[in-house]
Design a protein around this ligand. Structure first.
Ligand code: KE4
Length: 428
């Protein structure tokens, strides 16, 4: 069947034909590609077309597809059993591996998705502080838990409005939505409501509005205000964790802000290596509030699944190899530098940024610092570029507001071919 035939068939039995909305290509138009298999840096669709993959399952596939050591670990684990509903040693090993790599985390709880991790971290922050209000930022996505599906309210630091039907206003009335990188709003929100704020949840490098870095002053101020007012600073590193650096974005900021640490961290994607696994963690003191020790309930049938933990552990072992991130970061930088050079040659305004194996680019002359600026960039040109690249066998994120990902399997030749395709696509 062709992609179009599969899409028509899928839409008969699955809402929108997809099991996650962004896969439907609605932001860029056209027919989604139904992938049959992937290997290394490549994916093949139902029509046999090969794509160089810059999505990597939206971040998890940092090694590329089908890494032999990971495949071997998963096959061995599967032979021992898929799920027990009882503790296993491998969950301890994965928790120990995460804690060893992220200094601010003393204990972790494993779950099955980033949404579950973010939702649980919010509940834990509220339970640990006894407070209900929390701050998030426009353009950041923390999964689809009700309280987190909120857009900015009208005016400064007013409570948010649901971004989704089915979310009662009551559920989001404690959610303050501020502008990313806006120090004035942050200071004012804490000045007026600091004693009521349970936590601030932020994507330290926001990959859900393309690729926007929180400024160092913004992170420093966040840290100071949270400490001053007894609020917990929660870093949502589902996308950036073990992707922008071995220690996540928090390790990047700790190099710029001596001693910096968030109070809680949320992980996903890479730590599952492509299988359903996520986590949230923090100090022993905060984490001990969780059931069965404490009053904050959280649970999951497949949490710490033995096959998923094998996949995650094998992935972490590979990315912990000396030089892994230096090589990956250099490869990613060569991609974005190539895109910028191709745009200059085509006399097209394009700016980009990258950290580790994660990148973003927009058709504009300056790097956007917040959601409004990202959405003001040239979307029509992005969509034309997306399809021109797809037609040339390069699979970018099918939405202007998404980040891109390079894997260890992307060779210098792959990057060169992508840049050459971009040179053509920019003139298409
Ligand atoms: P999941 O529930 O999709 O595993 O994770 C939610 C989540 C939480 N926090 C951050 C920072 C995230 O990026 C995500 C999920 N990311 C999207 C990509 N923008 C996943 C793709 C999709 O929704 O299909």
């Amino acid at each position: 069947m062709t992609n179009e035939e599969l899409f028509a068939r899928a839409q008969r039995v699955i809402p929108g034909g997809v099991n996650s909305p962004v896969r439907a290509f609605r932001a860029v138009g056209g027919t989604p590609r139904f992938i049959t298999r992937a290997e290394g840096a490549y994916m093949w669709d139902a029509e046999g077309q090969r794509y160089t993959d810059y999505i990597g399952s939206w971040g998890p596939m940092i090694l590329g597809h089908g890494h032999p050591a990971v495949l071997d670990a998963v096959q061995k684990a599967a032979m021992d059993g898929f799920s027990f509903g009882a503790p296993t040693e491998r969950e301890i090993e994965l928790a120990e591996a995460i804690i060893a790599l992220v200094p601010g985390v003393e204990q972790v709880r494993l779950v099955s998705s980033g949404t579950e991790a973010g939702m649980s971290a919010l509940r834990l922050a509220r339970g640990a502080t006894g407070r209900s209000k929390f701050i998030k930022f426009e353009g950041c996505y923390h999964g689809h838990a009700d309280a987190l599906l909120v857009k900015a309210g009208s005016g400064l630091a007013t409570f948010g409005h649901p971004t989704s039907a089915g979310v009662p206003a009551d559920v989001v009335k404690h959610t303050l939505v501020l502008e990313y990188n806006n120090l004035v709003q942050l200071e004012e929100a804490f000045a007026t409501q600091g004693a009521e704020i349970a936590c601030v949840m932020i994507e330290p490098i926001a990959g859900n509005m393309n690729f926007v870095r929180a400024s160092v002053p913004f992170i420093s101020t966040l840290r100071r205000l949270c400490t001053q007012h007894g609020a917990l600073l929660v870093f949502d590193e589902v996308m950036t964790g073990f992707r922008v650096a071995l220690g996540g974005a928090q390790s990047v900021y700790a190099q710029l802000i001596p001693g910096f640490r968030p109070d809680m961290s949320v992980f996903g994607k890479v730590i599952g290596g492509g299988m359903p696994l996520a986590a949230f963690g923090g100090s022993r003191d905060v984490m001990s509030q969780l059931a069965p020790l404490g009053p904050v309930y959280q649970a999951g049938t497949l949490s710490g699944n033995p096959v998923a933990t094998a996949c995650g552990l094998a992935t972490l072992q590979q990315i912990s190899q000396p030089g892994f991130f230096d090589a990956l970061a250099a490869r990613t930088r060569s991609l974005v530098a190539g895109l910028e050079a191709a745009a200059r040659d085509a006399d097209v305004a394009l700016v980009s940024d990258s950290e580790g194996g994660m990148f973003g680019f927009v058709f504009d002359s300056a790097l956007p610092q917040n959601y409004t600026a990202v959405m003001a960039t040239d979307k029509a040109r992005f969509n034309r570029f997306f399809h021109a690249m797809l037609d040339r066998g390069v699979y970018l994120a099918p939405a202007l507001y998404e980040a891109g990902f390079v894997s260890a399997a992307h060779s210098a030749e792959d990057i060169a071919a992508t840049v050459a395709a971009a040179g053509e696509a920019l003139c298409a």
